[in-house]
Design a protein around this ligand. Structure first.
Ligand SMILES: [Zn+2]
Length: 279
């Protein structure tokens, strides 16, 4: 399997929103920074194109909808659409450059269903969309609070082909420090790692390339690389202690596997150092 990290867009996030100041009021101070547009940084919105020898093209997360710039509220929702500025890039063009059409993608693996990851989902209408059962439930329910307002339920409910997996269910296995993981295709190439806390069913994803190289897509379990070394909260959490525990686990995995490339979710300082393709 080959892995191509694609920069599907950028989202302008306050540094203190992604990684909050310490203390009980930290998340509120982080939110205030975002509202007042302090310490903003354009941060990557990643999609990963996987070229699997048997399954063909697979994507992790979906980037932005084609109309995300002109009509952000439709697929990003009022919270994410208004709170952040967005620079959507054309994912169809990025896929084409890699020789893939969105219609050829048979499987979409979602780290979680927040709108900055799911906005582009309609582009993959023929694909089966995989997410953890807890995540489907949270996204179907939606809400308007700080921890529930990140979903656009209408977009999620319209997904035609859902695949609900239980990453902490009966088929789940421990893997090193991770208590609950699921080998999605049964060949070790894509392993979902339960890393809840940012959202109830958030998964980080361990990828193994054809040459045996490991990449760990932390996604929003750790917005910044520094949170893997030193756990720190973010503004958007459904469970603070689970969020911090997930970062501890990511850090333990990184220490045990120094050759694994740990990729944070929205770290502008990290993204430029990624290779175009990992074979
Ligand atoms: Zn998120």
């Amino acid at each position: 399997m080959r892995v191509r990290p694609l920069l599907a867009g950028e989202i302008r996030i306050s540094e203190h929103f992604a990684r909050c100041p310490d203390g009980a009021l930290g998340p509120w101070r982080g939110l205030l920074s975002q509202v007042l547009r302090r310490d903003l940084r354009w941060s990557p919105v990643p999609v990963y194109l996987l070229e699997h020898p048997r399954e063909g093209p697979i994507v992790i997360d979906t980037g932005y909808a084609a109309d995300a710039a002109s009509d952000p509220a439709r697929t990003l929702g009022p919270a994410t659409g208004l709170l952040f500025q967005h620079r959507p890039y054309d994912l169809d063009v990025l896929l084409e450059r890699a020789g893939v059409r969105a219609a050829d993608v048979g499987l979409v693996v979602m780290t979680h269903l927040h709108s900055d990851h799911a906005s582009g989902i309609e582009r993959f209408a023929h694909a089966e969309v995989v997410a953890d059962a807890r995540e489907w439930r949270a996204a179907d329910r939606g809400g308007s609070g700080l921890s529930t307002g990140g979903y656009v339920t209408k977009l999620i409910r319209a997904i035609p082909r859902r695949r609900v997996v239980e990453v902490d269910g009966p088929r789940s296995r421990p893997l090193g420090p991770f208590a609950h993981t699921l080998d999605l295709l049964g060949d070790g190439s894509i392993t979902l790692l339960s890393t809840p806390g940012h959202t109830p069913g958030h998964c980080s994803i361990l990828l193994r390339t054809g040459s045996g190289r490991e990449l760990l897509v932390a996604a929003d379990a750790a917005d910044h690389a520094a949170q893997i070394r030193r756990p720190a909260p973010t503004v958007a959490m459904t469970d603070r202690s689970a969020f911090l525990a997930s970062q501890v686990t990511l850090g333990q995995y990184a220490a045990l596997h120094p050759d694994t490339l740990m990729i944070p979710g929205h770290d502008p300082g990290f993204w430029p150092f990624l290779d175009e393709v990992y074979a």
